[in-house]
Design a protein around this ligand. Structure first.
Ligand SMILES: NC(=O)c1ccc[n+]([C@H]2O[C@H](COP(=O)([O-])OP(=O)(O)OC[C@H]3O[C@@H](n4cnc5c(N)ncnc54)[C@H](O)[C@@H]3O)[C@@H](O)[C@H]2O)c1
Length: 405
């Protein structure tokens, strides 16, 4: 028998009246949730990185106790809020947006439909429903597609600022950000990391008593290394030097050693109303027009890409898929570079021996299938410089000898 569809408003009021223990007793959809006390602060992470020198932590870590670097799926984090890298329709899609909607359940979509979309750089808040997080803050990053100008920088900065503004407005104290705009919207990872870390740092300095923890939830190895390197500088403890290997961005994943219980949980405001609810009362679902004509094209392409990506399967595998993809891409690039080097070497050699009729042979880097090292197969650069695999001299003369017999 199909489950009765829940009314999102009733479900939201019910859930927001419950405290964390009651939510846990009822059970989240995913039992493998991660509670805050399982996520070390940046300060503890640094300390737990096998610091053998007995360097005792002195004083308070300040900022470095207010932030964490976590590598994994944002939908399992049991926090006051997780931030969604949404699109302007707020009606879901793929990537982290798709994962959050899938994990939260259909009530999230139903509530989002009443929000009338969201502009780039702005943020809107909904209940988290079946997520371990109480709220979802939806923000729309800039479609950078590799280009970062003042507009893209300002829009991405606004995403973090407006999300944190809602954290403060709703009296929340723990929040996690994904790497907004760095997936399908194509914002380069390094500058995006700088914007994320520096915007959050400034906000914490201005609101020191508002927040317990901001968690940078990265999904890809690339982002993990970028954030680790930058956080060692931006959130450096005054009383701790930054270890050299950290600056090089070692690949150690953050330890999940349980830390001292952080019971500074967000204020449990029962029956918390989402401001957008009252605004959105009775508003027809509007099909969001993009902010400017160019976006239509970008979004059109994105939707096509989204369809491809959506079929890519499970959320928690995105990171591995993308890492694998990154590895193959760089391998292919190395091989192409090698071939180009060989080609230019072959061309110079050809010039020197232009009179001889001897054909150029360039050893291919890749072992051709069926040969252990590729020794038996060589590339042949003909007059047009095209590469094709041919037999080597020794194999040719062997062939000729066989033919004579
Ligand atoms: N990346 C995709 O395959 C994909 C596909 C369709 C739509 N979208 C999304 O693309 C638009 C937003 O682009 P965007 O670059 O801001 O977002 P995004 O493409 O989701 O990428 C943002 C970052 O989130 C990372 N990420 C993906 N899944 C998770 C997860 N479960 N937990 C934590 N981090 C994760 C992802 O690796 C990237 O670093 C929206 O239209 C939205 O629907 C993404």
């Amino acid at each position: 028998m199909s489950k009765k569809k829940k009314d999102w408003k009733t479900e939201k009021e019910r859930l927001l009246r419950m405290d964390r223990d009651e939510r846990r007793k009822e059970g989240y959809r995913r039992q493998d949730y991660i509670s805050l006390d399982k996520i070390p602060t940046w300060r503890e992470d640094n300390y737990s990185d096998g610091r053998e020198d007995g360097n005792v932590l002195t004083g308070t870590g300040g900022l470095s106790e207010k932030v964490s670097l976590y590598k994994g799926d944002i939908t399992v984090l049991e926090l006051d809020a997780i931030v969604n890298a949404a699109n302007s329709s707020l009606l879901g899609g793929g990537g982290v947006d798709g994962c959050i909607h899938k994990a939260a359940g259909s009530c999230l979509y139903d509530e989002c439909q009443t929000l009338n979309g969201c502009e780039t750089g702005k943020a809107k808040i909904t209940c988290g429903y079946d997520l371990p997080a109480r709220f979802v803050i939806h923000t729309v990053g800039p479609v950078a597609r590799g280009h970062v100008g003042p507009t893209e920088t300002n829009d991405l900065t606004s995403c973090y600022q407006n999300s944190l503004r809602l954290v403060k407005e709703y009296g929340l104290s723990t929040v996690a950000f994904p790497c907004i705009s760095t997936g399908i919207y194509g914002f380069p990872n390094e500058p995006a990391g700088d914007i994320a870390l520096n915007t959050v740092k400034s906000w914490i300095e201005e609101n020191p008593n508002t927040i317990t923890r901001v968690i940078f939830c990265v999904f890809l190895e690339t982002d993990f290394n970028i954030y680790k390197k930058k956080m060692s500088i931006i959130f450096e403890d005054n009383d701790m030097e930054v270890a050299d290997e950290q600056l090089k961005g070692d690949n150690m994943s953050p330890s999940t050693r349980p830390t001292a219980k952080d019971d500074n949980r967000g204020k449990e405001e029962a029956g918390d109303e989402n401001k957008a609810d009252s605004d959105a009362e009775g508003i027809e679902d509007v099909v969001m027009e993009s902010q400017n004509p160019d976006d239509d094209v970008a979004l059109e392409e994105l939707n096509q890409e989204e369809d491809e990506n959506n079929s890519q399967g499970k959320c928690d595998d995105i990171g591995t898929e993308q890492n694998k993809h990154e590895d193959t891409v760089s391998e292919k690039k190395d091989k192409e570079d090698d071939k180009e080097d060989e080609l230019s070497a072959a061309k110079t050699e050809e010039k020197e021996t232009s009179k001889s009729t001897v054909e150029m042979e360039v050893v291919s880097e890749t072992a051709a299938p069926g040969t252990s090292t590729g020794e038996g197969i060589k590339d042949h650069a003909d007059s047009s410089g095209q590469h094709e695999s041919i037999l080597t001299d020794s194999m040719k003369s062997k062939d000729a000898a066989e033919k004579k017999e």
